[in-house]
Ligand binder design. Structure first.
Ligand code: ZN
Length: 212
């Protein structure tokens, strides 16, 4: 049995791209707690009703309810999962260990990237509003400024939350909360840092090595 994987990384670190590869090439299931919540609510189960009540009251779903949700939807003995988006802080990583994983082999994969470099990437990111192609004004600019190479549209946009101030705030918050999470996994020798500044293939290779 391969280890369960916990993906940790800043927004824009390439975590999503790699998750997709691990799913298609290594047979893992991608576990997004957001998707699970939506699915449970839609199913109309007792748990789904409980979640709806919490959210309708404007509250965040608490950790133990999140664990209930995982228990209802995961088969740790039979399947391999990538936990993505949870845990987000040290408390959650402890709850996940104590209430759910309970000694099941698992590794935390940290998509290690210089956060200042990442900020620059995000600030320079532009997306084609017509076809969704993604550009970077520095590393992957369109051949003709402002025009999409793929569809020829001239609708390259910067996402609202990619402006410099928002990006820097977002990454600052990330930096502060991730350090204790990394320390938690490192103390148990379950932390694997992959160099997320490398090309996608090289990053994938590092993940594969961590699994074997
Ligand atoms: Zn386009």
């Amino acid at each position: 049995m391969k280890p369960q994987l916990i993906f940790l990384g800043a927004p824009g670190s390439g975590k999503g791209t790699q998750a997709a590869r691990v799913v298609t090439q290594l047979g893992y299931e991608h576990l997004s707690t957001g998707d699970l919540l939506r699915k449970e609510i839609k199913s109309g189960s007792e748990l789904g009703k409980k979640v709806t009540a919490i959210m309708d009251a404007g509250n965040l779903v608490d950790d133990l309810t999140m664990i209930e949700l995982l228990k209802a939807n995961c088969d740790l003995d039979g399947k391999n999962y990538i936990f993505d988006g949870y845990p987000r802080n040290k408390d959650q990583s402890q709850v996940l260990d104590n209430e759910f994983l309970k000694g099941v082999a698992s590794k935390a994969i940290y998509f290690d990237i210089d956060l200042d470099l990442l900020a620059e990437r995000l600030i320079n990111r532009r997306t084609c509003g017509d076809c969704g192609e993604i550009y970077n004004l520095k590393s992957k600019p369109p051949a003709k400024a402002g025009v999409c190479d793929k569809c020829g549209g001239s609708n390259l946009q910067q996402r609202k939350d990619d402006n410099e101030e928002t990006v820097k705030t977002r990454l600052g918050v990330f930096r502060d909360t991730i350090e204790p999470v990394l320390a938690h996994y490192k103390a148990q020798d379950r932390l694997v840092r992959v160099d997320a500044s490398k090309e996608s293939d090289a990053v994938f290779k590092q993940i594969k090595q961590a699994i074997d």
